[in-house]
Design a protein around this ligand. Structure first.
Ligand code: BEZ
Length: 211
């Protein structure tokens, strides 16, 4: 069965471009992003890994460790990383898991046989410091992911882990947020003494807390 939000992200030990990693130990108390790409030395994957390499400081700033994966061997990942640096202008400094026996791919249900029975799809798992899955995304091989969106969701996840709020459609850092539906007006008055705007009884808006 596929992983669901709130499940514990399965632990594993795997060979990577940065040596053998025990996943939970490597994560420590950090947030994590585990993402798969179908195949090394392919065009869309090259642009994706380059984009994540460019965003390294953004993941870092949010306390998020990033790790990639494909079914290719570690030597292939190393050689391809040089191409990525050359063509995309950023070095891949995060580890890439080599999963030729598909142990991790199977654990995370990253191979969708009706799409391709040997290669992983483009999966993304955001994992919280409690090791629970907070977000899953699945894209086909033909569509490169938007990693700014992954960062945007992480901003929302980190904010909503700290305050009893939710974030509206297309929200980005600094914009107004919504008081969670489970929060009564009485509790909201204690949590947000500066008040909020009631657009409808179920739609209560306030400036992003903590800014
Ligand atoms: C790509 O990255 O372009 C790609 C990888 C595997 C299958 C199809 C496309």
């Amino acid at each position: 069965m596929s992983l669901r939000l709130g499940d514990i992200a399965p632990d594993f030990t795997a060979e990577t471009t940065q040596g053998t990693i025990g996943f939970h130990e490597w994560l420590g108390d950090s947030w994590g992003v585990l993402f798969s790409h179908p195949k090394d030395f392919t065009p869309v994957c090259t642009t994706e890994l380059g984009r994540v390499a460019h965003l390294a400081a953004e993941f870092d700033r949010r306390g998020v460790k990033v790790i990639g994966l494909s079914v290719d061997p570690v030597g292939s990942h190393g050689a391809w990383s040089q191409d990525i640096a050359e063509t995309q202008g950023a070095a891949v400094e995060f580890p890439l898991i080599a999963d030729p026996d598909r142990t991790v791919s199977d654990l995370y249900d990253m191979i969708h046989p009706n799409a391709d029975d040997t290669l992983t799809v483009r999966s993304v798992f955001v994992i919280g410091p409690d090791k629970k899955v907070k977000l899953t995304l699945t894209y086909p091989a033909s569509t490169g992911r938007n990693f700014d969106e992954v960062l945007r969701v992480i901003d929302s996840l980190q904010l909503t882990a700290k305050y009893k709020v939710a974030t509206p459609a297309d929200w980005v850092q600094g914009q107004d947020v919504i008081i969670g539906a489970a929060v009564s007006d009485e509790e909201a008055a204690e949590l947000f003494p500066d008040g909020w705007t009631t657009v409808k009884p179920y739609l209560r808006v306030l400036p992003q807390p903590g800014t």
